[in-house]
Design a protein around this ligand. Sequence first.
Ligand SMILES: [Zn+2]
Ligand SMILES: [Zn+2]
Length: 154
Amino acid sequence: MAGSLRDPIERRLERAAAACGRDGGRLTEIRRQVLALVLRAREPIGAYTLLDRLKAEKANATPATIYRALDFLQEHGLIHKVERLNAFIGCTDAGEHHHHAVQFLICRTCGAVAEMEDAGIADAVERAAERTGFRPARATVEVEGTCAACAAAG
Ligand SMILES: [Zn+2]
Ligand SMILES: [Zn+2]
């Protein structure tokens, strides 16, 4: 046990299980497996790629299995969906701050996606929407461009 906890992903899974427990959810085996696959992917991962990888461990997994697990993980703030890529990434704070404001920086060169949390941006979007009479429920801000590493390389 002590050995496996040295793995940063195992540590994130433990934190995720604790965060779920605090708000009355349960990180079941299947949810934990899907979360582990999202966290181990080097880049945002789509539902069907997840299904293929999950089938290696659970041959009877179906699209519904994946979508139900993804819904739960999103609801508990453990993963985010990058709409532009139709793919999922692990939340960097692993459910510590549920439904926090989030923006994504997407590199067009290498495909890296960084998560950013700026409450000021979320507030500004909300206030601007409300001024038009609109009632915002959720705002996803995705910024495309060049990451620092690619900018430095080229
Ligand atoms: Zn997050
Ligand atoms: Zn890049």
